[in-house]
Design a protein around this ligand. Structure first.
Ligand code: IPE
Ligand code: IPE
Ligand code: MG
Length: 261
């Protein structure tokens, strides 16, 4: 059987603006500090989502990926999981018109086979109605595991002639239902004070700048996003090279080869 080709000859169009990804953590602690059930923290977290989505484009963000539910979050009590699924469903429905109006293109990344049918219906609906949005590309990670995505992408390698990082990235996008052409993560923010990645965008964040903040997600404000981005803009990204000030001539691989002869 001929090998199945994955077309990587045309580089997919990249979203304009940079890519910010956020691990939205701290909802439970926010509620506990108020003596309230965890659910109220998740509900308050949904308001924070709206705030960052509204603010992001004016700060130069073209793509925003929000970690809403990890594949490991299924380990939580059934009641909390059900409340979260219901909240996602309600949020997608209530934000749909606003997203169309504001030009926000919404995609959900992760697995689809374990989500409740009513949520799947809302996902289909918001993805199709917002597909022409150009102000912001909003990606919500639900039932998402980066390691599972890498495994699933690797399982396709035999059948497809993929030899490059770019090609492998397209496989990852395919298995996570992500549209093609999303740039790597430029800035990764985690709220809630923990300093870990919790299986989020491991491949896509290879050279991401990282900001950890103590702020609990429901308290995360437009100012907090602006301050993380100011921090990011002040950093020098080297991608393995040298600081700009130390480079007198470009060191490309072909020059190195010439020099080595
Ligand atoms: C993040 O908040 C939301 C989800 C993981 C769904 P948490 O629910 O993890 O809040 P903490 O970490 O317990 O405070
Ligand atoms: C990461 O938060 C997942 C989301 C924010 C959706 P968790 O609260 O699940 O992560 P751990 O368990 O502290 O690593
Ligand atoms: Mg947590």
């Amino acid at each position: 059987m001929p090998s199945e080709e994955l077309d990587v000859s045309h580089s997919p169009k990249q979203d304009a603006g940079f890519h910010v990804a956020i691990i939205m953590d701290g909802n439970g602690r926010w509620a506990r500090r108020r003596g309230r059930p965890r659910y109220e923290g998740h509900r308050a977290g949904a308001h924070a989502v709206r705030r960052v989505v509204e603010t992001a484009p004016s700060l130069g963000v073209g793509t925003l990926t929000l970690y809403a539910f990890s594949a490991d979050n299924w380990r939580r009590p059934v009641h909390e999981v059900q409340q979260l699924m219901w909240l996602f469903q309600r949020h997608l429905r209530s934000e749909r018109t606003r997203c169309v109006r504001e030009g926000v293109r919404v995609n959900v990344i992760g697995r689809r086979d374990r989500l409740p049918p009513a949520l799947l219906q809302e996902i289909d609906s918001i993805e199709s109605r917002t597909r022409l949005g150009r102000t912001l590309h909003l990606r919500l990670a639900i039932d998402y595991s980066s390691r599972d995505a890498l495994l699933a992408a690797a399982a396709h390698l035999d059948r497809r002639s993929v030899r490059t990082r770019e090609g492998f990235r397209l496989l990852i996008d395919r298995v996570t239902h992500a549209p093609r052409g999303t740039r790597d993560v430029d800035l990764l923010v985690r709220t809630g004070g923990e300093k870990r990645l919790s299986d989020f965008l491991l491949w896509e964040s290879a050279y991401a700048e990282i900001v950890f903040t103590q702020r609990l997600w429901p308290d995360f404000s437009a100012e907090d996003l602006a301050s993380a981005i100011t921090d990011f803009r002040g950093r020098e990204r080297r991608f393995g090279g040298l600081p700009a000030a130390d480079v007198s001539e470009p060191r490309t691989p072909s020059r190195l080869a010439e020099g080595g002869r």
